[in-house]
Design a protein around this ligand. Sequence first.
Ligand code: 5GP
Ligand code: ZN
Length: 110
Amino acid sequence: MNDCIFCKIIAGEIPSRKKYEDDEIVIFEDIEPKAKIHLLCVPKDHFAYLTELDERRSALLGKTFSKIASFAPSFGLEKGYRLIVNQGDDAGQTVKHLHIHMMGGQELPF
Ligand code: 5GP
Ligand code: ZN
């Protein structure tokens, strides 16, 4: 068992406020929100970087973005939202399990 915090959330070993889950992704609230609505969309497959994409993971990410677009309005993001994928140390990536920040619920000041 690895000690990845998002794998532990996916496995239900660490609690989270889940908004959506299926067999491929989970969407839950960020524990330290940086916007009025701040969700994390996490593919269940453990990998950290876009450089690790193969054909299967590329297809998974394509579906993930499509799901984000479908579900965003039901999360209160109907007026728009920002997606962020931090990659590596200069970006401040703290969790080395690829995730997509979904931020909105307000006019973003940055
Ligand atoms: P990163 O900087 O790696 O792109 O973003 C990691 C995000 O995960 C941060 O915004 C941080 O607040 C969030 N986070 C870290 N640990 C936990 C946790 O245990 N639960 C939840 N819900 N979010 C977390
Ligand atoms: Zn992981």
